[in-house]
Design a protein. Structure first.
Lengths: 181, 404
């Protein structure tokens, strides 16, 4: 095959029958040094992230930074409003009754953390995504039911349309196919 | 699934503390140090008996709160049918088995009742209108009936669960697990009330004018928090027993660290709620309590508590790496023990000594005295049993457990 054809291929898709098979296959794909690949399963498999060699998620940093900024922001918002912009006497407290401002600060931190967690998770997963090339595969429909898959993208520098398919077959895949873009 | 865990078969023999382990010497050494230190503290206290009783009360509460936290932990593990915690549950049971010690030490407190609770026992108190209306609750006989009731309930729960759990080591009978699960629910409800009213009686009534309905929660939060610190330390110490090397993993430290983190936040939450409402309400009999604890020398303790009991562990334990490092988590656990002492000291002592903290030799000897006996009893119980509930039905789950 020439490189022109390569561009039309999304990647190779291998089907596995059981959890241990796909788990150990992941370990071997990881050790082979592939970068752009993924495993697909109808349910979470414990320890699969290690078998795939996935790094720790960046989500916690996104959530932590967002909630710190909004927490301090919420606190300062009250400092400015009640302390400088629109001074109100509330229950005889001083205009800069800082202790009470921890509450809006805390609430802003919690709310922004929750939103950052949801939005950040969707963004890191590239969701929402209405179409994916793997949907072309007839076999892939069983991924939400009872089958396990590994897909290796053609854009991976180590990808080879023949060798990669053979490699996946050696790993114990029941079926390997090349999926078009 | 990772398959990295080697299968270890735990038996009565290899899951025990080896004879040469330094823990085996602790029962004798701890008792000796404990009794000698208590004697010295008594002698020192003869010239300053008022401070002696306050210091003794603080350290009694300190070690008692670890034991109370342990009782709750064991019960909650059964109530929630937890799998992850089985490998550390035996250590928690052993900590809870120190409960009888505090029952005995109530006797010392009996001599100090007049000193500690002079605010509602003195002659001036009898003329006080507010205290007169509280007398149906705050009187010596009822106070002791309640104290003994709490102690019986906590001791009963500790013995009930430890004994049956140890029996399972021999028989392997799954029925015991079901039985303890069913027993945990009523126990938890009763002990929940016990810890709340115990906090009211032992600490809040030191200043009988002051009241805070969240105080029971505050005390429970610090009990549970300090228990996790103690459990991390105990786990770290017994971890060098060869058979446990692959049984207790970094995952368990991670979980204990998460719970320690959660409960330092829980403590801060309760403490801040209490402070904010009193600040906001601004009622004299409520603010007076903080008035003492925010002024004079107590101000520094107050600031140190805010920073050291919340901000430092909050930032430190947020990092995943800190929770997964045996040495870092051990270090912060010791720090939290110290902070918990400071918390209790700040709650108890100002009601007798408004002018500021006066740490001294009496504190050190009271710590060595009660701490020595506490460690001696813990080591004696630990030595007698396997370090892990070897036939618990959820042990395999706990051994292969992993954080996602």
């Amino acid at each position: 095959m020439n490189s022109n054809n390569n561009k039309m291929i999304y990647g190779a898709l291998a089907q596995f029958a059981t959890v241990p098979e796909v788990y150990h296959a992941c370990e071997k794909v990881r050790d082979k040094g592939f970068r752009k690949w993924d495993a697909h399963s109808p349910f979470p498999i414990h320890g699969l992230d290690k078998a795939m060699g996935l790094p720790q998620s960046k989500l916690s940093w996104i959530v932590g930074a967002t909630s710190a900024i909004f927490g301090i922001g919420g606190f300062l918002l009250w400092v400015w409003m009640n302390g400088f912009d629109y001074k109100l006497v509330i229950a005889g407290k001083p205009f800069l009754g800082l202790l009470g401002y921890f509450l809006p600060g805390f609430e802003c931190a919690v709310l922004s953390a929750a939103i950052a967690c949801l939005v950040g998770m969707l963004a890191l997963n590239k969701l929402p995504q209405w179409y994916h090339s793997l949907f072309r595969s007839e076999a892939f429909k069983r991924v939400t039911d009872d089958s396990f898959f590994i897909s290796i993208e053609a854009t991976d520098p180590k990808f080879h349309p023949v060798k990669t398919v053979e490699f996946l077959k050696e790993l114990g895949a029941t079926q390997v196919e090349l999926v078009e873009q | 699934m990772s398959g990295s865990h080697t299968k270890v078969t735990l038996t009565q023999e290899n899951a025990r503390l080896p004879q040469e382990h330094f823990f085996s010497k602790l029962p004798l050494a701890g008792t000796a140090v404990g009794l000698a230190s208590l004697l010295i503290a008594f002698m020192l206290g003869r010239s300053n008996s008022s401070y002696f009783f306050f210091s003794f009360h603080v350290w009694w509460l300190f070690f008692l709160s670890i034991a109370i936290g342990a009782v709750f932990f064991v019960l909650i593990q059964f109530a929630t049918k937890s799998g992850w915690s089985v490998v550390v549950r035996r250590l928690a049971e052993n900590i809870s088995m120190t409960m009888p010690l505090f029952f005995v030490l109530v006797i010392v407190m009996a001599f100090g009742t007049g000193t500690l609770y002079h605010h509602w026992l003195s002659h001036e108190a009898l003329a006080d209108k507010v205290l007169q209306s509280k007398q149906w609750y705050l009187n010596i006989p009822f106070f002791y009936i309640r104290t003994i009731f709490y102690m019986i309930m906590f001791t009963w729960a500790a013995i009930y669960f430890s004994k049956r759990s140890a029996k399972q080591d021999e028989t392997g009978n799954f029925e015991i697990t079901y039985k303890l699960q069913n027993a945990s629910y009523p126990f938890l409800i009763i002990l929940g009330f016990c810890v709340t009213f115990a906090a009211f009686d032992w600490i809040m009534s030191l200043d009988p004018h002051w009241y805070s309905t969240i105080f029971g929660l505050y005390f429970f939060a610090s009990c549970y928090m300090v228990f996790f610190a103690a459990l991390i330390i105990a786990t770290r110490i017994v971890h060098n027993v060869p058979a446990l090397k692959d049984v207790i993993t970094v995952e368990h430290y991670h979980d204990l660290g998460k719970l320690l983190f959660a409960h330092t936040c829980f403590w801060a939450y309760a403490a801040f709620c209490q402070y904010l409402l009193i600040w906001y309400g601004n009622i004299p009999e409520e603010t007076a309590w903080y008035g003492i604890r925010e002024n004079h020398g107590w101000f520094y303790v107050f600031v140190l508590l805010c920073v050291g009991h919340f901000i430092v562990p909050f930032l430190f334990l947020m990092a995943r790496r800190a929770k997964r490092s045996r040495n870092l988590i051990f270090a912060i656990a010791i720090w939290m023990l110290f902070m918990h002492f400071l918390d209790l000291y700040w709650l108890v002592v100002p009601s007798g000594f408004e002018e500021g903290p006066q740490f001294g030799l009496i504190d050190i000897f009271c710590f060595l005295g009660i701490g020595g006996l506490f460690v001696a009893l813990f080591a004696a119980v630990t030595r007698r049993k396997a370090l892990v509930p070897i036939k618990d039905p959820r042990l395999p789950e706990s051994m292969t457990y992993e954080n996602v």
